[in-house]
Design a protein around this ligand. Structure first.
Ligand SMILES: [Zn+2]
Ligand SMILES: [Zn+2]
Length: 252
């Protein structure tokens, strides 16, 4: 399946932004600083945004994106629709679009014709976009309400872990998905920051290897994201040791 990574970093670095993937010309997965890579024309084409969770590295561009598109959305009488878990929507309403940090765009320019709408997601329900892409949110463990997504199109399927720690819930979700060609999975910290990874519900190379080994049918290929920039080379070195050729992997 043809997914365009716009940002796959776990932090600020000049070479790339934080989590954002373009699934189709109208559908964005997460809205981290990687959204910066979209041209104005590409931004104008967006209709729907899927969020994994409300952490700032996954939503940082959302307030400015809506602001940038405001006039164009008003003139087209169109709204950007944000799909997210109900708790994630509540967090956006309470902490971001609260008239203090940023305006509540679900009321602008008028409550009848707003430029922002929320659509609450339910785990394991399938949502179809543009008649071609099906998306199914599944539960993962990250300390705050978070989902991963199984994304299917006529050209293939991919599972996206979102941010996750090593947890039974995440493993159960991946088992329920069954055989996977590609798993996009995070690895935020190196092994020596294991305590931090555990308390922040992130993965290290060791934790990632254990998680993948505990999945009943290991994914054929791993695309590894969310590396924290100061540890990038160390994490890649440790991934080489932790994933000894059982399946191909690539750090994005
Ligand atoms: Zn997070
Ligand atoms: Zn994150």
């Amino acid at each position: 399946m043809n997914i365009t990574p716009l940002g796959t970093s776990g932090g600020l670095e000049h070479t790339q932004g934080t989590t954002a993937f373009l699934l189709t010309p109208t559908l964005l997965l997460d809205a981290g600083t990687g959204v910066n890579r979209l041209s104005n024309e590409q931004m104008s084409g967006l209709k729907n945004i899927l969020l994994t969770h409300a952490h700032i590295d996954h939503i940082a561009s959302l307030p400015l994106l809506i602001d940038s598109l405001f006039e164009s959305l008003v003139s087209r009488r169109q709204a950007l629709t944000v799909y997210a878990l109900p708790d994630v929507i509540k967090a956006l309403q309470t902490h971001i679009f609260n008239h203090v940090i940023w305006p509540d765009f679900t009321q602008l320019p008028s409550p009848e014709h707003p430029v922002l709408r929320y659509m609450p997601l339910t785990h394991w329900h399938m949502y179809t976009f543009d008649d071609t892409v099906s998306v199914t949110p599944f539960p993962v463990t990250h300390g705050v309400p978070t989902c991963g997504y199984w994304i299917s199109s006529p050209t293939g399927a991919v599972a996206f872990s979102g941010d996750t720690g090593l947890s039974d819930i995440t493993i159960q979700s991946l088992n329920r998905l069954g055989a996977l060609d590609t798993l996009v999975i995070e690895c935020a910290f190196p092994n020596d920051l294991d305590c931090l990874a555990e308390s922040a519900y992130h993965l290290t190379p060791q934790r990632l290897a254990e998680l993948v080994n505990r999945v009943a049918i290991p994914p054929k290929k791993l695309l590894i994201t969310h590396l924290k920039p100061p540890y990038r080379s160390k994490i890649i070195q440790q991934l080489n040791a932790a994933l000894p050729g059982t399946q191909p992997w690539q750090a994005l």
